[in-house]
Design a protein around this ligand. Structure first.
Ligand SMILES: Cc1cc2nc3c(=O)[nH]c(=O)nc-3n(C[C@H](O)[C@H](O)[C@H](O)COP(=O)(O)O)c2cc1C
Length: 338
């Protein structure tokens, strides 16, 4: 069924196709469509405990798909064990000029340079409140800084976002690894990361002493860190009491591509990211020595990819580009295969 929809969607500009799909998923959150989707995409429960949360299965939707949290119910009906909304920035912003998403068909990949377009924290918080008790899946919120916030003041943005979401999200992700916000990845360096995560740790204590609420905080890292940089980053993440690592975001690498779009600027995702994502996962598994759970993302296009990540030591997996190429049944196929 998806091959027909895919051939229609692939005739559209990638971002137009995405907006259309998101609208359809918004409708998918309304009854009785939601029940129909649930029935089609039902899969046995494969519960996972991680970060103090219970996930109905280990397959989640990676950040960037539903940036404003408008289709959470429809996405939950596709069977995801968690949905990571965002990246959310404190204030609304338009992102980079279009076109900014490219399909690399021959490579089963995507290059994007979205630059965190979004409606801002207040809007997303209202989407979460509107869900109230009807949460059919774990909801994470992925946090990023606004483009016009100087890097030295980035921690103000993350702290502001924590105040917005600490009580309403099931978990938070500190995104310091998107390649499309100038300088953002520098926050992964030892000194800047210590200062940023120090501020986050402090704010977390203040929030949990005051209004209560202590959502687990994960840090999402890039696949392009070398071994020393990765060792440093994981050291700081553990030192500052963070609850988990998401590895990885998109890559700036461009080896072995065939598509005419290969030279577009931005982050590459999908099949070509698979190998690097696995290598980073293996190293992170060694470094964290079981202290915190790891979420593996990057190039998971088949059930076997997901099984391999879990075997390598990930507690959860996330997909994005696989969903574009294989369709929503990928979630069910992965869960059934476990
Ligand atoms: C169009 C697009 C937009 C994305 N936007 C975000 C984002 O806003 N925040 C983020 O942390 N990751 C973002 N990502 C990265 C994904 O969450 C994921 O880490 C990456 O695509 C690798 O997984 P995949 O190979 O399954 O796509 C985006 C990816 C794509 C393709």
């Amino acid at each position: 069924m998806y091959s027909l929809l895919r051939s229609l969607l692939f005739r559209l500009e990638p971002e137009v196709a995405h907006q259309l799909t998101l609208r359809l998923l918004q409708i998918g959150g309304i009854e009785p469509v939601q029940s129909v989707l649930r029935a089609i995409y039902s899969a046995p429960a494969k519960p996972v405990q991680a970060f103090g949360l219970t996930f109905k299965n280990p397959v989640g939707l990676a950040a960037g798909y539903d940036k404003n949290g408008i289709a959470i119910k429809g996405l939950a009906a596709l069977g995801f064990g968690h949905v990571e909304v965002g990246t959310v920035t404190p204030r609304p912003q338009s992102g980079n000029p279009q076109p900014r998403v490219f399909r690399l068909l021959e490579d089963e990949a995507v290059i994007n340079r979205m630059g965190f377009p979004g409606k801002g924290a207040e809007y997303v918080r209202r989407q979460l409140s509107a869900l109230s008790g009807q949460r059919a899946t774990v909801i994470g919120i992925n946090l990023g800084k606004n483009k016009d916030t100087p890097l030295e003041e980035a921690s103000n943005d993350y702290v502001d976002l924590m105040r917005h979401f600490m009580l309403s999200a099931d978990y938070l992700t500190i995104n310091i690894s998107s390649p499309n916000t100038v300088g953002l990845r520098r926050l992964q360096g030892r000194e800047m990361l210590e200062s940023l995560l120090g501020a986050i740790q402090k704010e977390r204590e203040t929030i949990s002493l005051g209004r209560g609420g202590n959502a687990p905080i994960l840090v999402k890292i890039a696949p392009d860190l070398n071994d020393d940089e990765l060792d440093d980053a994981i050291g700081v993440i553990l030192d500052k009491g963070m609850d988990g690592v998401i590895a990885t975001n998109t890559t700036l690498a461009r080896e072995g591509l065939r598509s005419k779009h290969q030279s577009e600027a931005g982050g590459l995702s999908g099949s070509p990211l698979r190998g690097r994502s696995e290598t980073v996962l293996s190293r992170v598994v060694k470094l964290v020595t079981g202290k915190v759970p790891i979420v593996s993302v990057g190039g998971i296009m088949h059930p076997d990819d997901a099984k391999k990540r879990l075997a390598l030591g990930a507690s959860l997996v996330q997909v994005y580009t696989g969903l574009i190429y294989r369709g929503p049944a990928l979630v069910q196929q992965v869960v059934n295969s476990l």
